[in-house]
Structures are given as C-alpha cells and as structure tokens.
Design a protein around this ligand. Structure first.
Ligand code: SF4
Ligand code: SF4
Ligand code: SF4
Length: 294
C-alpha cells in the first residue's frame, strides 16, 4: 500500500500538532477551566500503615503484593511503583527523632504541565481539565516516550504481557467524576493524605508551616517543582533526605524537552506511528492467538 504525498503531509501535520500540544477542541471551548484537584501528603502524619496501598490495589483490581500489607519487613528495602502497585510507601531515618522514622508515599505527581503527556504524540496520556493525568490505552502505541520523559520515573510498562500497556496512578479520575475522593485518601486513617483543590491545599500547607515552624521545613514540594504538581508534600526534614529529587528546577519539563523534540528529524517523529501500527497488529494477532484457550 502506498502513501500519497498529500496523506503523508497530513500525517506529519497531525504529528506536529500533537507535538505542539495543540487541540482544536480546547481552542474552541470557552468554558472556564475548573480548579485542579490535588493531594497534600503530610509526611509528618504518615504512620506507614499502607492502608492507602491496599485501597489503591483494591480499587484498581491489582494483585496482592508479595509482602502482605500488614508485614513491616516491607520497609527493609526501598520500593518503586510497578504495574502491580501504583503507590508505595518507603521508610527513611529521622535524624531529628531516630525513634520515629519518616514514611513517604510515591506515585504519579499529576504535574501541572506533564512531560509524559507532552512527549506522547497520540495523546495516550492527557492532562484533564480537572487535574488528573490519565492514560488512554486505546491510543497508546507503546513507544514509551512517556517513561523516558517523566522526571519522576513513574509510568511503568507491562513488559511481560503479550498486549502491553502503560500503568500508573490515575488519581482515581473515575471516582472524582462521581463526586468521590480518591480511594487512598478515603482509606488514610491519619489524614496524611488530604484531597482538595490545589489552591486550597497550598493554603493549608502554608498555614501548617507558618503555625509550626519547628515542625516543618519551609518548603512545599510540588508547589513549583517542574512548573508545579498536583500532589504536594510537607516534610520535617529536607526533601533530598526523604527520596525526592531536588535538582529538577521550576521550569515545566515540556519547555525543557521541546528543543530536543523540535530537533528530531521527521522520520523519528513518524516512527511512533509505524510502531503504533505494528503494536495494534501484534495485539490483534495476540488476541487471535489467545482465542480458544481455557
Ligand atoms: S509524574 Fe510523570 S507520569 Fe505523572 S504526570 Fe508527571 S510526568 Fe506524567
Ligand atoms: S489516587 Fe487512586 S490510583 Fe492514585 S494512588 Fe490513590 S488510590 Fe491509587
Ligand atoms: S494510609 Fe495514610 S498513614 Fe497509612 S501509610 Fe498511607 S498515607 Fe500513611
């Protein structure tokens, strides 16, 4: 099958539009954007009970972890999120109070201007008007640009699956649209995970720091990092001591990566489209191959 020059330019144009993040639909809409929803994680309140992990697994029908949720030995090693765990808690020593270790949640930060969505040429990842950065598996072509571009190393790929997809925290977007709060926030017994609008939660965080200057370092992680994130953190000790990158700067990551992307020859821009076709072809083939099993 040959591709006519006009069609070729159309595809290239679409890829360019996706690259620039231009959306006809958004350009036409006049509705005011709602305030971004957000989470405030106060690490001084987290007890490491893992109720949030358990609620997340249940909500997303993820498998039981290798180490049960009530097993403390899980904290003997640092963990990362995975295709089977969209949020994990890690334990860090507390130099200010050695008897009270610090527990820190890790999951997608739902960046205000997400590098993952910017890098995705087919809108497989998308920043919603409400704040969550969501994944559309129907559009994903498996190129994994989102994994490379994420400054927090969050998107994970189902390498072992014959029909692989990207997995990460969804910010319980479906629950939010039903007027419910995310499952992990609902399950947290200590209010270490607070859900609200980003504007409100920045205010709450500022007040906590102002009223308890001895308790917190005077910094809200995520207020400005990489242009701001939807998940905000408070800490009693500097953030680099509890596993956070503090070298990311405050410029949105899409701004930093756009120069690189514009410098990429067109063949590399179109390469993902070819991968998409191959990916869909292999998925269909895999599905056909699975027919009749069981
Ligand atoms: S943390 Fe990574 S995956 Fe999550 S929104 Fe930001 S860039 Fe995307
Ligand atoms: S917001 Fe939802 S998907 Fe994300 S960590 Fe919490 S429970 Fe899991
Ligand atoms: S449920 Fe709350 S207190 Fe328990 S581990 Fe999660 S954030 Fe910490």
């Amino acid at each position: 099958m040959s591709v006519k020059r006009r069609d070729f330019l159309k595809i290239a144009g679409c890829a360019g539009m996706a690259l620039l993040g231009v959306s006809d639909a958004r350009a036409r809409t006049k509705e005011p954007d709602p305030e971004f929803s957000a989470m405030l994680i106060d690490t001084t309140l987290c007890e490491g009970c893992r109720s949030c992990e358990e609620a997340c697994n249940e909500k997303n029908s993820l498998p039981d972890p290798a180490t049960p949720f009530d097993e403390g030995s899980v904290y003997d090693r640092k963990r990362d999120t995975s295709i089977g765990a969209y949020t994990v808690i890690n334990r860090f020593p507390n130099p200010r109070d050695p008897g009270s270790p610090i527990y820190v949640r890790r999951q997608c930060m739902h960046c205000n201007q997400p590098a993952c969505a910017s890098a995705c040429l087919v809108k497989g990842l998308e920043k919603t008007r409400q704040g969550p950065v969501i994944y559309n598996k129907e559009r994903c072509m498996g190129c994994r640009y989102c994994m490379i571009s994420c400054p927090f190393d969050i998107p994970k790929f189902e390498y072992d699956s014959p029909s692989p997809f990207i997995k990460k925290c969804t910010f319980c977007y479906d629950r939010q649209r039903q007027g419910k709060i995310p499952a992990c926030a609902e399950a947290c017994p200590t209010e270490a995970t607070l859900f609200g609008t980003r504007r409100e939660l920045v205010e709450v965080a500022r007040k906590r720091i102002y009223r308890n200057p001895g308790k917190y370092v005077p910094h809200i992680y995520g207020e400005h990092e990489v242009g701001g994130t939807g998940w905000l953190y408070l800490s009693a000790i500097p953030f680099d001591q509890i596993g956070f990158r503090t070298d990311l700067g405050v410029r949105p990551y899409p701004e930093l990566t756009s120069g690189f992307l514009y410098g990429v020859p067109l063949v590399f821009v179109l390469w993902p489209s070819m991968l998409l076709a191959l990916n869909h072809f292999s998925r269909k083939k895999g599905e056909r191959g699975d027919e009749g099993k069981d």
